[in-house]
Ligand binder design. Structure first.
Ligand code: AMP
Length: 126
């Protein structure tokens, strides 16, 4: 069920619980600004999620409210995770779903990193 990205942050969302260590995950990377773990239902050979440590519902919320330091830290972390995964030379795809039309399911900003194989067309066509 897609979430409403205009609602206030919910501290009980599943990624908040992963950040607090209440739910296990396959951790890939962590620094002061970001945390990365493997997607539980991978849609490509590599499917890793990167989330900011701050309380942001979506990319919309993050881009509007996050500090410059949080934005820099998060963007650098996404790049670092992709480099550590060896994805730069073969290439990879970033995706952030925001709200109903994109099918966002978890109300904590997450950037999907897809790679490890050719990824096909950019978007589903009718
Ligand atoms: P989105 O549709 O962009 O909100 O994506 C949510 C993603 O979170 C999906 O790809 C799910 O497979 C993934 N996901 C949900 N719960 C977990 C979990 N506990 N650990 C890892 N990934 C998860």
């Amino acid at each position: 069920m897609p979430i409403d990205p205009t609602l206030p942050y919910d501290d009980d969302n599943i990624f908040a619980r992963i950040l607090r260590g209440e739910i296990p995950c396959q951790k890939v990377y962590e620094d002061d600004w970001a945390f990365a773990f493997e997607d539980i239902n991978p849609q490509a050979k590599v499917h890793t999620l990167v989330i900011p440590k701050g309380r942001y519902v979506s990319w919309d919320d993050f881009s509007a409210r996050a500090s410059d330091a949080e934005i820099v830290g998060f963007v650098r972390a996404v790049g670092e995770v992709a480099r550590r995964k060896g994805l730069v030379e073969p290439g990879y795809r970033l995706l952030a779903n925001i709200g109903a039309h994109a099918g966002q399911e978890v109300p904590h900003l997450h950037v999907h990193i897809f790679g490890g194989e050719p990824l096909g067309p950019m978007i589903w066509k009718r």
